[in-house]
Design a protein around this ligand. Sequence first.
Ligand SMILES: [Zn+2]
Length: 447
Amino acid sequence: MKQRLVRAAPKIRKSMNTLFLISFLTAFFALSQIHVFARSSVIEEPFLSLETISKEAREAVSVRTLLYKGKYTRIWIYKDLMKKFSETSDKTMKAVFQSVEKKVIPALLETFSVTAEDAGIDKKHPVDIVLDDVYEKSKHLYRGYYSPSKLGDHTILIDLNLAESASVTNLKDPVLSTVYSLSHELTHVLFFQKKPDEEAWVNEGLADLMSFLLGRSLFGYDVYKVHSIDAYLRNPSRSLTSFDSWDPSGADYGKSFLYFIYLYDHFGGNDFLKALYQGSDTGLKGLQYALNTADGAQWIPAAIRSNASVYTHFSYALEVNDERLNRYRLFGFQSVLVPNQYQGDFDRAEVHDNPCGNLKPFQSAYVPIGPLISDQDALKTFTLSLEGTQQPLVAYRVKKNANGVISRIPLSALNGKPLSFKKDDFVLILNLGSEPSDYDLELTDTE
Ligand SMILES: [Zn+2]
């Protein structure tokens, strides 16, 4: 069942000094699709405006009326909206408030194995959720917004969607939709208290993963951003560790979500999340700490738990998505169905006998061999040579044999030797270093 939703809060991190976190959604995102399974309904709704947030947010937060007060949160409304805040709105927001207080925040604290007090979210330091309704003021729309530098690190803005022109009538379940957005933003709040310098790709991947997991465990629906995932899978050659919040396709949100669900699926589930929260490092270092220490990941050999190895296996999974093809089940996804739909359906760069380009750190290139082979079933032999500007550049021939096993042959071991390919085979080139690298793959037809 496909449904539309609009949704949560992307976020941008600037430098370490500015502590700038923001969650935004452009008007393009208003058309985003989210997949919802099970008994969920959903959801089309507009978002807070960019202009309003940047120019008026402080005022919006200061001129507000308290609606509900709980153990962890206070919900406020921007004062001039009170007259539009109907009985229905009140009922909706009360249900949201109760879900957040009784389910979402306790579940987040349990996942990260921290008390409310230690997490910095308790009665003395409640999270202020401020309701705004600014749809008509801009084409740049938000659903949820968190910016420690602009609003303080305990404040979230949420769009109320009261305007008549907003698609309220399509909003089949405003409670679930708002809780979904808040789960994302509350994850940001919790993580910011612990790791204020965390990198954007980690923050966003984790926040989307948590809204997905909480939706599933607390409310019985699976919801994720199909639009963003689709955008990423169309062009999976994006650096894992860079993040462009402003890209209207949302591809980097799809990328981070898929990477985090992959980590969750394979490297210890909640143990992994707990270790990630408990460690003090950020970015790839923080992930490595969690990969090293998560209890549920220890059955996989340490060498396979390195960031480089995990990213390499993830890159295979994107292409082949079949867990059976690896003894540690690392060539596929478990929790989300989306990648299956895209198997073998990537938009790839045009192929010729000399693919070359530049790869950022933790970026990969898929080079399909098929277009160079005219006969569907024929084996064709090539000699491959790969040159790059730096050492950690690696390439593999990836192919499924008759038994469904993938053979991975590092080309470094094969430079200059003939290698046979079938139509479905491809070469995966990865930059596992810390600097950008040019690559130059030469395919010489030896027949
Ligand atoms: Zn976000």
